[in-house]
Design a protein around this ligand. Structure first.
Ligand SMILES: [Zn+2]
Length: 384
């Protein structure tokens, strides 16, 4: 495949506005690229209307997963962009557009890697599985669904092509817990508060207790740091002369491997249960799309291999690092297989920003990187 064609595939992907939905158009386009190769097994796994995950498998034997998400975040105000966010415009070495960095360049690179293996008839000592997901940006539910359906159960290793930059291999990542607490009281005239139950007062009982409770987690991860807990949204009350019948807060937690999510759930639920024993307190706790932290081992063979190959292909010193953000790997690691998940892919520091771009040179290098990594991974398995 010519570099020109590789760039056009990326432009085409960017021109599909898969903003937090509509991933089927992306899945269909990628599937069409594999149409000339009947030996590639192409499966669409529907999540919802117009939202298909895509799984493509080539070869046989021990399996490496290459994964990328097909959704992008909202570009916001188009007029703030100097280039059409869905244009895929090129200026010099920069290709612009929403998803250019996060992560249609990574997605295109792993797709092209598989296409070139097919095109060139590369003999592979194993199988390669593309796991293209929906909804990564809003909760990793595509990866969760594919994992539950068993699509990660054969993996011997997983590479997530998120935009770490090719000079970083991410082997560990923070988890996430977003939770909400709703306090239900009883409205009454504020001149007769004894007839009501103040939902804000009761919510504050939780608020005042949860900070010190979470602060007891003093263990820190050498790479990721400590557990983070922030109450970021709070609202309550109906009007100034009424006792509030409703109040709620939402908090965002960034977890570390030392504290599996279940530890935190148990503590939050115990606190809620304790407060609800008080006669007028009625608190309800819920979570949205929690993610486990990824523990990882910097010396795992796949981590070291990715570093060696990136060093060689790109001529830089690849760093082995942790990530403050969760990725689809957290879901895939729930699969039956025991494997290492790493994150390495082309990217710039413009992800989720206006005028998001990718360096075309880095994008093309990423393809060379994955094309070298896959056979080296199989060779490593044979040796082990
Ligand atoms: Zn991403």
């Amino acid at each position: 495949m010519t570099p020109q064609t590789k760039v056009e595939i990326l432009q085409h992907l960017i021109q599909i506005p898969s903003v937090n939905e509509n991933e089927t158009a992306v899945a269909n386009y990628i599937a069409s690229l594999f149409a000339p190769y009947p030996q590639a097994k192409v499966e669409k796994v529907p999540f919802a209307e117009n939202r298909d995950n895509l799984v493509v498998t080539i070869g046989e034997g021990p399996q490496i997963g290459l994964s990328g998400h097909m959704d992008v975040v909202d570009p916001g105000d188009h007029s703030a962009w100097s280039h059409d966010p869905f244009g895929g415009e090129i200026v010099g070495d920069h290709l612009f557009g929403r998803g250019a960095s996060d992560m249609k360049s990574g997605l295109a690179a792993i797709v092209i890697t598989m296409l070139e293996f097919l095109e060139q008839g590369t003999p592979l000592k194993g199988s390669v599985r593309l796991l293209a997901t929906v909804g990564e940006e809003t909760g990793e539910y595509g990866a969760a669904m594919l994992t539950d359906a068993g699509y990660a159960d054969q993996l011997a290793g997983l590479v997530i092509a998120e935009p770490s930059g090719l000079d970083n291999v991410v082997y560990t990542a923070r988890g996430v817990i977003d939770y909400k607490v709703v306090s239900t009281g009883k409205g009454s005239h504020s001149a007769s508060p004894e007839k009501g139950i103040n939902a804000i007062t009761n919510l504050m009982k939780f608020y005042n207790a949860v900070g010190p409770l979470m602060a007891q987690h003093t263990e820190t991860d050498p790479v990721l740091g400590g557990l983070l807990h922030n109450v970021d949204l709070i609202s309550g009350g109906e009007q100034i002369n009424s006792i509030p019948a409703h109040a709620e807060l939402m908090a965002n937690m960034r977890t570390i491997p030392a504290y599996p999510n279940q530890v935190i759930y148990d503590e939050l639920e115990a606190l809620i249960a304790k407060l609800n024993q008080q006669p007028t307190v009625d608190l309800e706790l819920s979570y949205s799309y929690p993610e486990e932290a990824i523990p990882g081992d910097p010396n795992a063979p796949l981590v070291q291999l990715a570093k060696q190959i990136s060093d060689k292909i790109c001529g830089h010193d690849t760093k082995i690092v942790g990530s403050g953000g969760a990725n689809d790997g957290a879901e895939f690691l729930r699969a039956k297989a025991d494997f290492t998940s790493i994150e390495i892919g082309p990217g710039s520091n413009t992800s989720h920003q206006v005028d998001e771009y990718i360096s075309i040179q880095e994008y093309l290098q990423a393809i060379d990187f994955y094309e070298a990594l896959v056979p080296a991974f199989f060779a490593q398995l044979v040796k082990a």
